[in-house]
Design a protein around this ligand. Structure first.
Ligand SMILES: [Zn+2]
Length: 177
């Protein structure tokens, strides 16, 4: 007698193959976040992880979040925006209130059928921060490509929000420095 072959478990949202013992994508994502919070060098890729994960698991968060995450992913992928965890923490305090009102009016962007060739599990083999950053970027780019149907909207918004904000920041730093 031998035991039947173990079935591979896939995430029904992003398609990731779930390694034995990890249970589901949330658990993998949690592992990734732990690395990013523990070591700032890993944390340099933080926003790629957050946005890619959110866009591949649209059903787990509020509908309008897709728009926000896609806009920010556009900024990271096409404008070389900073994905650093430190940047994210700083931005959490700046202009949060004034922006929130506009975010509320964001449309619901329907997720694509195929959500990208890479998933959160592609980050698991990373041993060094460099590996982690490279894999997170590749993951983010694959998700950006998968969402091509909404790229026009995202580019327009990224221009509005991020490029304008950068100019204001630069001005403010000069003025108060
Ligand atoms: Zn998943």
């Amino acid at each position: 007698m031998h035991s039947p072959p173990k079935e591979m478990v896939h995430c029904n949202l992003c398609g990731a193959v779930i390694p034995d013992g990890l249970g589901n994508c949330d658990a993998i994502f949690h592992t990734v976040l732990e690395r990013e919070y523990r070591d700032p060098a890993f944390g340099e890729a933080h926003l790629f992880s957050v946005d890619a994960y959110a866009l591949q698991h649209s059903e787990k968060h509020s509908p309008r979040s897709n728009a926000f995450h896609l806009m920010r992913l556009c900024w990271l992928v096409e404008h070389g925006g900073s994905a650093s965890i430190r940047q994210a923490q700083r931005q959490g305090h700046v202009r949060h209130d004034s922006r929130e009102e506009s975010y509320r009016r964001f449309p619901f962007l329907e997720p694509p059928v195929s959500r990208g060739d890479l998933t959160v599990s592609s980050l698991l083999p990373a041993l060094t921060p460099e590996d982690h950053q490279r894999l997170a970027q590749a993951w983010g780019r694959s998700v950006w490509t998968a969402w091509s149907g909404h790229q026009t909207w995202a580019r327009e918004q990224a221009r509005r929000w991020y490029i304008r904000t950068e100019k204001v920041d630069a001005k403010a730093e000069k003025g108060t420095g």
